[in-house]
Design a protein around this ligand. Structure first.
Ligand code: FEO
Length: 403
């Protein structure tokens, strides 16, 4: 397979994964994703991050790594999640001389995930700012960037080329299809990758936005000319674009989301949907953009992404057996787990013989720091009076989001 030169001493081996499996067992990946491994050659050879234990990835690595680069002296593990380490046992069988380098927390995870006999002598824990001299003027420096997105995460810096090996940080969903660098993709492809970068961030990283900001601040003195993540394209021409994009996404967690409204709804027999139509009419009259997502029909990955990006939410659900419509309860649980803070929210819904959704809803959103507009519930089908009130609520939400 093709490898790509980042500098005279650095090459990337990008492995595209196109599988029906879910990323992390949760998130759909219809456009696949890439696992980028990097080789840095001085007098010694370092490999930065591995691939997961997946036939497509292993076969491509086996065809490329040893034939093109020979044996590896150092294996740098920026992050221990198994999409970057699953091949470790087999890699060590082929490279028994390799020293494994990670943070102290990373080294603990090597042991707990892989249970490899007599591995201790091959492990080296590095501290923040520690260096590894490969000879030939190539020196790697390690910076701890905890919680982007696991506690052990670090990045690796190669100063002579200005390359930052950031692992998950600055990553994206989306396979690369034989290209690697940001200047090799056209405008439409960049727009698609941007959508997939946002979805990756919302799904994988959004709980840790405060650490993204801290990490970027910590690294801000580095003269980064190339951002080389382990998922998605390598940014050698416009490195600032992806750094700024991550900073913008991190700001969404602090209430600086886009002035648009994600409408998330579920309806049993159409009565909540009819009420929602009136809300949407009110929003549209104010010219605020919306995206529409139905539970349980739409995948939570996309619903979460839209909700994360939007300053405003409409949550429309009926009461179901004295409580929330269950698919909406699941969506709210994901929002809570992903720290979907600081939204302006309107909750509406129909009930049949008795209400109950609102009570459970209020408990579910307890610590999300949302600004809630006055909710509106009605029995059965919405009357003309209900519709008029709902339209007004839609206008009120739109005005609050636009302000
Ligand atoms: Fe790409 Fe957190 O692993």
């Amino acid at each position: 397979m093709k490898t790509h030169a980042i500098s005279d001493a650095i090459r990337c081996i990008p492995v595209d994964i196109r599988t029906a499996d879910l990323f992390e067992g949760i998130w759909p990946i219809p456009k696949g994703f890439s696992l980028n491994t990097y080789v840095v050659k001085g007098e010694k050879t370092a490999l930065i991050d591995l691939v997961q234990d997946q036939p497509e990835a292993i076969s491509q690595m086996e065809k490329t790594l040893a034939p093109e680069f020979g044996t590896v002296d150092y294996l740098i593990l920026n992050h221990l999640e198994p999409d970057h380490t699953g091949w470790l046992r087999e890699f060590l069988r082929k490279n028994p001389q390799a020293q494994i380098i990670s943070t102290a927390k990373g080294i603990k995870l090597v042991k707990s995930f892989y249970k490899i006999d007599k591995i201790d002598s091959a492990l080296r824990a590095v501290k923040d700012g520690e260096t590894l001299d490969l000879g030939g003027g190539k020196v790697l420096t390690f910076f701890e960037t905890p919680n982007i997105h696991w506690p052990e995460t670090m990045v690796t810096w190669e100063a002579s080329s200005g390359t930052l090996f950031s692992c998950d940080a600055f990553g994206s969903f989306g396979a690369l299809g034989g290209r690697l660098f940001d200047d090799e993709f056209n405008k439409a492809e960049h727009e698609e990758f941007e959508r997939e970068t946002l979805r990756y961030y919302a799904n994988i990283v959004s709980s840790f936005s405060i650490f993204v900001e801290r990490g970027i601040q910590k690294l801000s003195n580095l003269a980064v000319s190339c951002v080389a993540p382990s998922h998605g394209m390598v940014w050698r021409t416009n490195a600032k674009t992806i750094i700024d994009r991550y900073l913008r996404y991190a700001s969404y967690s602090k209430g600086a989301a886009e002035r648009e409204i994600a409408v998330i709804w579920g309806s049993m027999y159409g009565n909540t949907q009819k009420g929602l139509d009136a809300v949407r009419k009110g929003i549209e009259s104010q010219g605020v953009p919306t995206t529409i997502h139905q539970v349980p029909n739409d995948n939570i990955s996309y619903i979460l992404t839209a909700a994360f990006k939007s300053a405003g939410l409409v949550l429309a659900m009926p009461t179901y057996e004295y409580a929330m419509f269950p698919p909406m309860a699941y969506a709210l649980d994901i929002f809570r787990r992903k720290h979907l803070y600081h939204k302006t929210v309107l909750r509406i819904g129909s009930w049949g013989w008795v209400g109950g959704a609102q009570k459970e809803y209020e408990a579910a959103i307890g610590d999300l720091k949302w600004k809630s507009l006055e909710p509106y519930e009605w029995s059965g089908a919405p009357s003309d009076q209900d519709a008029a009130i709902l339209e007004e609520r839609g206008k009120e939400l739109a005005r609050a989001v636009r302000a």
